[in-house]
Design a protein around this ligand. Sequence first.
Ligand code: CAA
Length: 388
Amino acid sequence: MIADFPLAEEQRFIWESAARFARDRVAPDAAKRDREHRFPFDLVSELAQLGLLGVKVQVEDGGSGADMTSYVLAISEISRACASTAVTMAVSNLVADILSRFASLDQKQRWLEPFLAGRMGPASFALSEPSSGSDAAALQMTAVRDGDAWVLNGSKQWITNGTHASFHLLFARVVDGPGPHPPGSKGITCFVVERGAKGLDAGTEERKMGLRSSNTAQLHLTDVRVPAVNVVGEVGKGYAIALSGLDTGRIGIAAQALGIMEAALAEGVRYAKERKAFGKALAEQQATQFAIADSRTDLEQSWLLTLRAAADRDRGAERTAKASSMAKLFSTEACGRVVDRMLQIHGGYGYVEDYPIERLYRDARVTRIYEGTSEVQRIVIARELLAG
Ligand code: CAA
């Protein structure tokens, strides 16, 4: 975080609680969980107890009722300790944010409140498909009405928490019958699909380069019957729900990158002070000093853009697409530069598992891909700048 940045008492409280939890509970086994590809079930329940699965959700809906700035501070601390746990938390907050804004009272009582209380385990946000990632509106999963239910068919790809989710917020296109169907956002609808639904198969877990203790899986749906009461928001209005959710979600991923950068920089500085070459510590050599100076500058710029996007939301802005995308674009690209420089300071030791920078380097990479690639963020920013 930026030294002496003015924070309200509640923001500081949430920040410090998250930092304590990250240090005492999340960090100690992070490397081991990563090596074992082990999902942190226990930490997910504890995050719920701390109110960190629905930081921004109002208290009446079971959330913490805090602001976006508090969320940024909390997720950056969890990410500094373990970026895998941070993405699990980020997707949980994305799902909780959408339900709190778009779900009916009944739906909130059925899914949101028990989820936030830690009685359900994780949840997923299922938008991407094998043939549509960046072009999310091209999704092919269909929903056909049959009596008081919808029948869903198709596959989802890259679903964080996919194997373990107790329910999925899943986006499908409402159609009259079998395809082909016109592309575009028309008809896309948001459904809650519960674990155990007949015809729902969570495929095998992906073996990823990084974030190895987070869970990513495909979902296959074959004639899955979903009660009509499981539609979140209006039929046909799901795409705007997804993009609106991503407006806040992308600030969370920017904050995840902040945590990775904080950790990488601390590792680089520590190593640079310990290691000697050419008769003096690396930290006394100008090449190292420049790498550290550039990295701290990258980090503080990322903080400013991310806090600014969060502040826009906290002031009540309903749409923060440009600010959210600028925060995610800059922070995640900066994160790539920082982990690379800090690994370089470590030399060969940075390339082996014995040093934490190796995991940080692997974990950083996907932040430039998920919740919209850097290229998608540029599209969103440019569209808004050039509109009108
Ligand atoms: N908030 C609310 N509504 C919005 C919106 C926003 N930010 N942005 C657009 N909309 C609405 C528009 O007003 C429009 O509504 P109408 O049809 O009523 O006019 C509708 O949504 C469609 O808008 P566009 O035509 O502008 O949408 P598009 O299809 O051209 O968008 C895109 C293009 C910006 C590239 C978009 O497809 C996109 O963001 N793609 C990336 C998808 C993505 O981020 N996926 C991440 C998967 S989730 C994930 O990664 C989570 C994880 O596991 C970590």
